[in-house]
Design a binder for this molecule. Structure first.
Ligand code: FAD
Length: 441
């Protein structure tokens, strides 16, 4: 399927028949808390449009659960920017060369088929919440009764001169992987040419990216019998320490691993400007300037800074936090618009804020599904409280992983295990088991 194409999945006929047989009764109340689907015995019920924007982790689970437990009379539609979506737990392993593209991506087409959902491959650019319409980049307009948003986040770089033009953002993942594939191809062709890579952002994503990139490029240098000194990796972090959301013991261990692996850490350095310099050999060269006056030259710059949200959510009138993320109640319902739900990175739970991580997006999938069904059935919503204590398995790029058990903002004690192959195997088993849920033969 081509990108940008719209695809209507199979249950069109079913709906036409059901619409003819049934009397369409709308209990359309602007207050979605009152939305009810009338289900009559042996008759197809009234159609309600549930539209999901973004095929992120939470929505992948919602779709799977809708396929298992469909709600008669509810037409499900997924609008998403690409036909597959990366599973964040396996993304660093894919960059390191341990997983293929298919192993770490959920194909949304068979999933939509399973959920009997319409699938539109398009990017949402605006919402009309007065008239309940979704507006897409290709001109498509989709009506909804109930809306759910799981579009992830993108690294923020607005204020840094040259970042938008010359740095490669870690999201969308498809773009990151496109650049990464080109880079490893280029290194494979000319392994004798020195290469310098910069990663801006020392959170979990930036650290894992640095370790995975090093691992993959070292494999290439090793295979082509080139010195590993041909590769330089720089990691820039505004704070004095890496991974501020993690417990001190995790931070220290990872900092030690990065240093041992020869990754040059620039801690307490805020990148303020990126500019191209003259070409040296076949590669582009950029100058990275920090507020301290430090200047580092690099060939490729990857941007993995703090998560940010698109402007159109705020423009639509949705209640958002200071960073533009949708404020949701414990039920994952928008604080300001009851016909809108949100989950994953794009949502901020007012009472239970958590770091922006795939693990939370995954866990919100089931409560989101349940509350979407409950509101459609006219039932009261159930609150959901994300775990405070959770287990993190962080890959170190060499088929080992660190295990950290701690609370969400690392404010209290944590239980940390040093990097080990067994922990990697355990992580690999968990991740593969998760992905199995989305294989449809
Ligand atoms: C390099 C890197 C490594 C990471 N590693 C980990 C890790 O190991 N563990 C972990 O827990 N977290 C990790 N994270 C964080 C993790 O990727 C995110 O927290 C997670 O992906 C959020 O999931 P989500 O469901 O909110 O959205 P996403 O998984 O980002 O999915 C969003 C979906 O919405 C679609 N979309 C986006 N915008 C639109 C639009 N306007 N219209 C329509 N569709 C749209 C996208 O195509 C995508 O399919 C990592 C992040 C990075 C950058």
């Amino acid at each position: 399927m081509e990108k940008g194409q719209s695809v209507l999945h199979t249950n069109g006929k079913r709906y036409i028949v059901s619409c003819v047989v049934n009397i369409l009764i709308w209990l359309c109340n602007k207050n979605m808390k009152n939305i009810t689907v009338e289900i009559q015995q042996n008759l197809q019920p009234i159609v309600k449009d549930l539209v999901l924007i973004g095929g992120g982790h939470s929505h992948a689970i919602v779709m799977k659960m809708f396929g298992i437990k469909p709600l008669p009379g509810v037409r499900l539609t997924l609008i998403t920017a690409a036909s597959d979506t990366a599973y964040s737990g396996m993304l660093p392993g894919h960059i390191a060369g341990f997983y293929s593209h298919d192993e770490c991506h959920i194909d949304l087409r068979p999933l939509a088929n399973f959920a009997q959902a319409r699938l539109y491959i398009d990017t949402v650019v605006a919402l009309d919440l007065e008239n309940n319409k979704v507006l897409c980049a290709n001109g498509l307009v989709v009506d909804f009764d109930l809306l759910s948003i799981d579009i992830g986040s993108t690294p923020s770089r607005i204020s840094v001169s040259g970042a938008a033009e010359y740095a490669i953002a870690a999201k969308p993942v498809s773009q990151l992987l496109e650049h990464w594939d080109k880079l490893i191809e280029a290194v494979g062709k000319n392994p004798q040419e020195p290469i310098s890579i910069a990663i801006v952002g020392g959170g979990a994503g930036g650290v894992e990216l640095a370790l995975s990139m090093r691992s993959r490029l070292h494999q290439i240098l090793h295979q082509t019998q080139q010195p590993i000194q041909n590769l330089e990796i720089h990691l820039f972090q505004r704070e004095q320490e890496l991974m501020p959301n993690y417990h001190q013991s995790v931070r220290h261990q990872l900092q030690q691993i990065l240093t041992e692996q020869g990754i040059k850490l620039h801690l307490g350095e805020t990148v303020c400007k990126i500019a191209p310099t003259t070409h040296k050999g076949t590669k582009e060269v950029f100058e990275i300037e920090c507020e301290s006056g430090l200047i580092v030259e690099c060939n490729k710059i990857f941007w993995v800074t703090q998560a940010s949200a698109p402007e159109w959510l705020k423009t639509a009138g949705l209640g958002t936090d200071e960073q533009g993320f949708i404020l949701v109640e414990d039920t994952l319902q928008s604080q300001t618009h009851p016909q809108v739900f949100a989950a994953g990175d794009i949502a901020t739970m007012v009472n239970h804020p958590r770091p922006k991580a795939g693990v939370f997006a995954v866990r919100q999938g089931k409560p989101l599904f349940e509350n979407l069904q409950r509101i459609l059935l006219g039932k009261s919503l159930k609150p959901y409280k994300p775990q405070k204590q959770y287990l993190s398995l962080i890959g170190t790029g060499d088929k080992r992983a660190i295990s950290a058990m701690g609370n969400a903002y690392a404010t209290r004690g944590a239980f940390t295990l040093p990097p080990h192959k067994l922990l990697w195997h355990y992580k690999d088993w968990i991740d593969r088991r998760f992905m199995e849920r989305f294989r449809f033969e």
